[in-house]
Ligand binder design. Sequence first.
Ligand code: AMP
Length: 355
Amino acid sequence: MGIELSTPARLAPLIERPPTVATLCSHSSLQIFHGARVEGLASLGISVGPPQKFYDAFPLGRPDSFLTVPKVKEIGRHAARLRSEGAILVPHGSFVEYLGPEAFMELDVPVFGNRAVIGWESDREKERVWLESAGVQMPKRFADPSEVDGPVIVKYYGAKGGKGFFLAKNRHALDDFHSNDPHVIQEYVLGTRYYVHFFYSPLSDRGYRVGHGSLELLGMDRRDEANIDELYKLGSQEELLRAGIRPTFVVTGNVPVVLRESLLPKIFDVGARIVERSIELFGGMVGPFCVEGIMTEELEFKVFEISTRIVAGTNLFINGSSYSDLVAPQLSMGRRIAQEIKWARSEGRLAEVVS
Ligand code: AMP
């Protein structure tokens, strides 16, 4: 099953004219524009206010043209112009967050991937239903503090960048915890974090087959998280609190990592289950996604989150990674997106990768 079997009217201009890869100027846009350029596609940057000067510093990552809007929320007003330029919008974390998941889903401009995925990912409850029903291991959840039997992390809904998450070493540390704000109490998983960058192609008929297509592993990173990072999080939070500093998980950068080779089958199995279940639930996730989890000392991989689009950690690998180099030389995630658009168009299968 593809995303949409009948071609939506908004895809019609793409049959007539070559596509333009378009995205909001932020997050991973340099990589996305660079990937389009390498694949010979035009690119367009949507800039809030005048384009930032740093794009001039990177001639190979600068888009061919800019569309300037006064506010992100006004992008929808430019839908007709974007369609007439053959734009295919590439979603990234900042694009969806700044515009809002609902407004993004309603944009009347072709979007790379299946936009139905946004409804499943932006709601933590639905995301859990998807992953657990796929047979993916997740951190345990506690309905009530009295059930807690080890270290926990308390997550507030809508907490941006992990700001305001609360760590408790044990049940007693939760004694004074009262909150009326919606939150979940989750097992704090001890282990090593990995952010695994996958690409699912419904078009490909080679490689690691999943569904009717194939799953590619293009890279892996770990996020640097101020101010908690590897301070040996649980113990040192008391030191931080004594100093009047609240621990946060605000992301400040990324570092490349590789996994023990013997753990690769486990990671592919997790990725494949997530894709297969997405096909059953909503017609399938297409393109980049990131599985974010913790490998425990028992070598169990517990997934605390997925991102269903290009993540900023892929910016490490504009020139390829230890994994993507074994798929094709110099293959970034941005370039892989542009390739998929090109191949889909040449085979008349755009409706399977664009929605
Ligand atoms: P999230 O907002 O779910 O992406 O979580 C932000 C950060 O909190 C992650 O990058 C991890 O460092 C940490 N984290 C989230 N969930 C857990 C968990 N169950 N156990 C340990 N650390 C976690």
